[in-house]
Design a protein around this ligand. Structure first.
Ligand SMILES: Nc1ncnc2c1ncn2[C@@H]1O[C@H](COP(=O)(O)OP(=O)(O)OP(=O)(O)O)[C@@H](O)[C@H]1O
Length: 430
């Protein structure tokens, strides 16, 4: 493997130019690097050479490397760090990953830097969806902790470091000596057979820390810590932060229940509980990402969109809440966006003539999407009862992935089909 110093003094690993270290873990150092062929910044995880050489840890280190390497190209989820490449020779191994520039969630577990409760709920919801996605592909992460959840510059999150993961493809599903004891579920400490519930426990603990800035146990040694994890009941999060509502206390305590039978059974259950919370924790008329995700997922328009595409839709939409009587679009206006109603009811008018009424799931303005440039609206749309709509600009949709555009086109075709059927029925009645 090529590993040399460049003229600037920076190291080169393989074809990658090392820029500077981003962080260090127990088995590796992660660098910001550049892939010169496609001029892309990447995170390059260089596994500790001495670990790979030492007989005792060699097998474990190789296994950790192999775990992450197995994910090359496997997970494509907006909230999981993508692994682009993995290279191993006799002395060294490295992984090339998507670079996530905003650091980890660790600093937000400090009392002085706590995030708003709604934001924490959203972060945990995204982790739940990411880990459910991994679980559906047979993978349990086993090392969920704040340091393994990375932040983008816009505050979004990505789960990283699947080095401790177990997969249903492995012959050996128990792997000792990996994971962080502080976040291990009781059954993981006991080395019982693991399920998604051990990741649920660890994520519950992350939520606890993000909400309170406190780790629920305090022990002088790993043995004492293990005892507390197995036997001591932690206080509810609201003890540390009084604004935490009871429902959130209950959710966290259920996620970190010592007995798996008392814990959420599966990711879906925890996801639903978080969704129920998002309405509790948003008293102001803003729409949280958690609610937006659910609203989009529930619309028949998006019924054939998979989860990845729904996250993509979320990125290209603008949400509006309109009170009764608002005119959303006006006949004669120039526009290039179309709208999908998520809640409420609107009237479509030409002049003073009522053409039709539309409700949740219906869309309007879509005909302009099929034109290449902005065009004149031929109808007005007025809010009949308080309404929430998502707006999608044609030029943003045109820049989305091919898969996303294909699904939109299919959904529009279905709508067109229904409209034609309605017209045919009208003509037949005449
Ligand atoms: N994709 C990435 N983009 C940006 N920074 C990253 C990325 N991956 C890791 N880092 C940084 O490098 C640090 C170490 O990474 P990571 O946790 O994957 O190493 P590790 O050796 O597996 O650690 P451990 O086994 O102790 O959890 C992270 O805490 C983070 O600061």
């Amino acid at each position: 493997m090529e590993k040399a110093r460049t003229a600037t003094g920076l190291q080169k690993v393989g074809k990658y130019e090392i820029l500077y270290p981003l962080g260090q873990g127990s088995t590796s150092v992660v660098y910001l690097a550049k892939d010169p062929f496609i001029n892309r910044k990447v995170a390059l995880k260089l596994f500790n050479e001495s670990l790979l050489r030492q007989a005792v840890s060699k097998k474990l280190a190789q296994r950790i490397f192999a775990n992450e390497a197995a994910l090359v190209g496997q997970f494509q989820h907006p909230h999981i760090v993508e692994v682009y490449d993995a290279i191993l020779d006799s002395s060294q191994g490295f992984l090339v990953m998507e670079y996530v520039p905003g650091g980890t969630l660790e600093p937000f577990c400090e009392v002085s830097r706590l995030l708003p409760i709604t934001q924490t709920v959203e972060i945990i919801f995204k982790c739940v969806r990411a880990l459910e996605y991994a679980y559906q592909r047979g993978v349990i992460h086993r090392d969920i902790k704040p340091a393994n959840i990375l932040r983008t510059t816009t505050g979004d999150i990505k789960v990283s470091d699947f080095g401790s993961a177990v997969s249903d493809q492995m012959e050996e599903t128990q792997l000792s000596g990996v994971g962080s004891p502080a976040y291990m579920a009781p059954e993981q400490l006991r080395e019982d057979l693991l399920s998604q519930q051990s990741d649920i426990y660890s994520l519950g603990l992350v939520m606890y820390q993000l909400l309170t800035g406190h780790y629920p146990y305090s022990a002088a040694s790993n043995v004492e810590l293990a005892y507390q994890i197995l036997h001591r009941d932690p206080p509810p999060p609201s003890l540390y932060r009084s604004e935490i509502p009871t429902a959130i206390d209950q959710l966290v305590m259920r996620a970190i229940a010592k007995d798996p039978a008392q814990r959420y059974c599966q990711w879906q259950d925890m996801g639903e509980a978080l969704l129920a919370l998002s309405s509790l924790s948003a008293p102001v008329p803003t729409i949280t990402e958690t609610k937006k995700f659910k609203a989009i997922q529930d619309l028949s328009f998006f019924q054939n969109f998979d989860e990845i595409l729904i996250w993509e839709v979320l990125r290209i939409t603008t949400w509006h809440q309109y009170p009764q009587g608002t005119r959303i679009i006006r006949e004669g206006d120039i526009g290039d966006s179309f709208f999908i109603i998520t809640q409420g009811e609107v009237e479509v008018l030409r002049g003073d003539r009522l053409l039709t009424q539309l409700r949740a799931g219906d869309c309007f303005g879509e005909m302009l999407y099929f034109q290449d440039t902005s065009a004149v609206r031929t109808t007005s749309v007025c809010v009949k009862s308080d309404t929430t709509v998502i707006e999608i600009q044609a030029n943003r949709l045109n820049r989305s992935s091919d898969a996303c555009q294909v699904e939109f086109n299919k959904a529009f075709l279905k709508i067109l089909d229904k409209k034609i059927a309605r017209l045919v029925a009208l003509v037949a009645d005449d």
